[in-house]
Design a protein around this ligand. Structure first.
Ligand code: HEM
Length: 520
């Protein structure tokens, strides 16, 4: 199966790979004070410089950056991560490129320790290229890119309507209307192909995720899944791909240099963000005008404010921040949810037993004449496990990073405040020490009655704590409603294997060929 090949791909020999990994000396000052007065493990910890890892010097950093960009390893970095952890263990210092200086963590206990010490205002490794764009165009930042108290203010403003389970289930009827459009389009396409393959399902899933997010965030059904041309929306989707594709290469070389030299990546990334902001502004302005019209209308019946109206009424963030947040949420919603849904469909197609089991659950819980709703999904543990298992094998974000404001001890080493630490989400998910048969798709492993025990920090596809993905509940609802509907009506087969590839998110390396047969 495709997944089983993930860790055996080798672009270059192990020996040359290790040369590539030589990195520069960290520039951070090591504090001599432990974070808490009585933290003896920290007092006794070995210095940061002794953390295992490839040699650290500037020449080898330059060489490793160059090799990564040229050899294509940047699209399959797990090959490198595996070799690093095999060679140096569960904690490794790595310094790919200028911005990737980080301590890689493969032990969930260490990940837990970091996340439990993240404090009130958790910080990630900065998304420097995206921040540079905002500064370049003088635009505000939203919850994705802000820090400290400003982040908290933005986060509080957006999270109530996004994360509270009771609030999110109210979006189900709207999302279901997008599911109907998706399935109708799939059926039209399926019937026109002699093998019942739905070509371009990837693009349709992007449209699904965008339409669903647009209807929730901006109260606008974009109707992207009809047969009309949607030039502006397609440009938006292309631009979202572009910002993710350019992200990793831009993190390898200082963004300032990209900007100064006006590199191809800088130009593409800037143009893409311009398109994203321009389109989102149009939608937001349209909605804000409607809000004002409604406020003027005395005959309006009392109805619950939608997400954007709620943001405006709350008055906790500025208008510029409303634009920034809605744009970030819309951009963050498209590729993450659509790719995960695609991997779910692909894994079901490649694992008929799991697919049949899901179908049985759907049949048992959802009456013939009803469409899947949250009340059904509450009784569908297998469906939830299918999504969870897919995210174990194909998490869109390969790792979650944190920078702490105090020193911390991990595995007997002192990590200075401000140093990025990355919990290796993908690598932990595929480590045989933490998961039995890790390369097999086994949704059962997540069921309560199963005896397989997992460390609570070994699978964090949405991150953790106060900085966890703010779109998590919405994404889960979108994926579950669509998968339940497909499983109710179709049997899926995959006619072509695909492999994962990194564009900043984990995506298939080529178009899928998925055959859908209608169930009688
Ligand atoms: C399968 C779908 C998705 C996955 C796997 C995912 C994953 C993640 C991860 C790993 C983070 C970092 C969390 C951390 O550092 O602890 C994150 C942050 C974020 N996500 Fe998602 N995401 C998904 C869908 C969405 C959707 C649908 C939206 C918007 C509606 C969204 C908006 C955001 C935002 C705004 C942040 C930054 C939150 C903050 O910094 O406070 N995501 N996501």
């Amino acid at each position: 199966m495709a997944a089983s090949r993930l860790f055996v791909t080798r672009c270059v020999s192990p020996a040359s790979r290790l040369q590539i990994l030589s990195t520069s000396r960290p520039t951070l000052q090591i504090s001599t004070q432990p974070a808490t007065g009585q933290d003896f493990s920290l007092l006794e910890a070995k210095p940061f410089e002794s953390i295992p890892g490839p040699p650290r010097n500037i020449l080898t950093t330059i060489k490793s950056t160059y090799d990564m960009l040229v050899s294509g390893t940047i699209r399959k970095p797990w090959v490198l991560f595996k070799e690093l952890h095999d060679e140096y263990g569960d904690i490794v210092y790595s310094g790919f490129g200028s911005s990737f200086e980080s301590v890689l963590l493969l032990d969930p206990k260490d990940v837990e320790k970091v996340l439990r010490n993240e404090g009130k205002y958790p910080r990630r490794l900065e998304f420097t290229p995206w921040i540079a764009y905002r500064e370049y165009r003088g635009k505000a930042k939203g919850v994705l890119l802000t820090e400290d108290q400003i982040w908290k203010r933005n986060r509080l403003a957006v999270s109530k309507r996004m994360l509270h389970p009771k609030e999110v289930v109210e979006y189900a009827p709207t999302i279901n209307s997008v599911v109907t459009d998706f399935v109708d389009r799939m059926e039209r396409k399926r019937l026109t192909d002699e093998n019942c393959v739905v070509h371009g399902i990837e693009q349709d899933l992007f449209k699904y995720a965008m339409d669903a997010a647009g209807s929730v965030l901006l109260d606008s059904r974009l109707k992207l899944l009809d047969d009309n041309l949607h030039i502006e929306e397609e440009a938006f989707i292309e631009s979202v791909h572009a910002i993710f594709e350019e992200f990793a290469p831009m993190m390898m070389i200082p963004t300032k240099l990209h900007k100064m030299l006006n590199t191809k990546s800088w130009k593409r990334h800037t143009k893409a963000w311009d398109t994203i902001f321009h389109y989102a502004k149009k939608l937001i302005d349209d909605k804000i005008n409607r809000v004002y019209e409604e406020l003027k209308d005395d005959n309006q019946t009392e109805k619950k404010a939608d997400f954007l109206t709620y943001l405006v009424q709350q008055n906790k963030i500025s208008v510029e921040e409303i634009y920034a947040n809605c744009t970030e949420l819309l951009a963050a919603a498209v590729d993450t949810t659509s790719n995960t849904t695609l991997w779910c469909i692909y894994m079901l197609a490649s694992n008929p037993d799991a697919q049949e089991r899901l179908h049985q659950e759907v049949k048992k819980v959802i009456p013939d004449n009803e469409i899947p709703m949250p009340k059904h999904i509450d009784h569908m543990p297998y469906l939830k496990s299918v999504v969870k298992e897919t995210l174990r094998m194909y998490p869109p974000a390969l790792n979650i990073s944190r920078k702490l404001d105090k020193d911390i001890e991990l595995k007997g080493y002192r990590i200075p405040a401000g140093m990025a630490m990355s919990g290796q989400v993908l690598m932990m998910g595929r480590d045989p020490r933490y998961f039995k048969d890790p390369l097999q798709f086994k949704p059962d492993r997540w069921l309560r009655e199963n005896e397989e025990i997992h460390h609570p920090f070994v699978a964090l596809p949405f991150g953790f704590g106060p900085r966890m993905c703010v779109g998590r509940r919405l994404a889960e609802l979108e994926m579950r409603l669509l998968l339940a509907r497909i499983s109710k009506n179709y049997w899926i087969e995959s006619l072509k294997d695909v492999e994962p590839m990194l564009t900043s998110l984990l995506v298939p390396d080529k178009p899928t060929q998925l055959k859908f047969t209608k169930k009688s």
